[in-house]
Design a protein around this ligand. Structure first.
Ligand SMILES: Nc1ncnc2c1ncn2[C@@H]1O[C@H](COP(=O)(O)OP(=O)(O)OP(=O)(O)O)[C@@H](O)[C@H]1O
Length: 329
């Protein structure tokens, strides 16, 4: 096979329990047969030589673990880590370490975790030495597009400058192509493409948005797809996953949902998902619901316990009557 297959195993509890094969194309001439076997036997330690560094993935894993579902995303983040780690081992062994492009496309409906994962990826790339700072600059069309000729290029360049050393995350990136050739959005796209050349390896660009719109955007800008070799899909959460996210969000805030509250939430989410269709904002809707329930619970407790103090359990409990959706959360 014209390439190395490196197997990243999960020996520590901090890594996913699956195996991921990363295929690295060798830039060297292929050595075959007995010569290859001899060369391989002569330096068997190359494949297992440990790096003199801490396990950078442990921290990242700690942030990924509580995220419900997202198996494809978690695997991809691990693949990026494996690739970077092995590239470093290869460089240290005098082999071609590789020059990779990390610009990405995140396709998913609102509230499916795109921004959260972008932050984690930024951190990973910083820990692995690809980015110097690892911060995230989140922008949308209005931040990039100006009001007169030249203004857009200036605004876009300023934001790229701020993103140097980190990630520039453009939400609903396709809105830049909204007005066609005459729109200033086109100027923003051109400036971004130029910045990707001028500041190669200095920042990572992530374009995010609804799957269909992103697909269409890439189709109508044929020069773009090849500049974004990593594309990640963020599927909508199932009702079970949304309920699980609600329970985690409540627990993180030292609250607990009563079983009847979980039942009520489940019924509501099923209805809301149907009603809102593509505009349903997944985990964000759940977060808003929980935060609102916490406010309703506080008001209920104050009115119930006017002259006494509620016990610890009562202070933690979200009852069904605390879950209300009169207006959109
Ligand atoms: N799988 C998950 N498990 C737990 N919490 C999650 C998960 N996905 C998203 N969240 C939470 O939901 C909220 C919204 O997530 P985030 O902002 O990352 O979504 P998004 O896809 O970027 O949304 P938008 O496209 O609308 O900006 C955040 O509080 C985030 O922590």
């Amino acid at each position: 096979m014209n390439g190395h297959v490196v197997t990243g195993t999960s020996s520590g509890s901090t890594r996913p329990s699956r195996q991921i094969n990363v295929v690295l194309r060798s830039q060297e001439p292929v050595v075959q047969g007995a010569a290859a076997a001899q060369a391989y036997e002569a330096e068997p330690q190359l494949a297992v030589k440990p790096l003199p560094s801490v396990d950078h993935f442990a921290d990242i894993q700690k942030e990924l673990e509580p995220m419900v579902g997202m198996d494809n995303v978690k695997s991809l983040v691990y693949e990026i880590y494996a690739l970077l780690y092995v590239s470093r081992m290869r460089s240290e062994a005098g082999l071609f370490g590789g020059s990779h492009v990390y610009h990405m496309i995140f396709k998913g409906n609102p509230g499916t975790g795109k921004t959260t994962i972008a932050r984690i990826v930024a951190k990973l790339l910083q820990k692995m030495g690809v980015l110097t700072k690892g911060h995230l600059i989140e922008v949308e069309r209005a931040d990039l597009v100006g009001e007169y000729i030249g203004h857009t290029a200036q605004k876009t360049r300023d934001l790229v400058r701020k993103a140097i050393g980190g990630v520039l995350f453009i939400d609903e990136a396709y809105s830049l192509a909204r007005g066609g050739e005459k729109d200033f959005g086109k100027e923003a796209i051109d400036t971004l493409v130029k910045a990707m050349e001028d500041h190669r390896n200095q920042f990572v660009l992530i374009l995010a948005g609804y799957p269909a719109e992103i697909e269409n955007f890439l189709l109508t800008n044929p020069g773009l797809p090849s500049r974004f070799p990593i594309q990640i899909e963020f599927p909508d959460y199932s009702i079970d996953q949304l309920v699980q996210i609600a329970e985690i969000m409540a627990k993180d805030r030292d609250y607990v949902l009563q079983p009847q509250s979980i039942f009520k939430l489940r019924q509501h989410l099923m209805q809301e998902k149907l009603n809102a269709m593509f505009s349903f904002s997944n985990a964000r809707y759940v977060r808003n619901t929980i935060e609102k329930a916490i406010r309703y619970q506080a008001v209920r407790l104050l009115s119930q316990y006017a002259s006494s103090i509620p016990g610890k359990q009562e202070l933690m409990t979200i009852r069904p009557e605390d879950l209300r959706w009169e207006s959109k959360p």
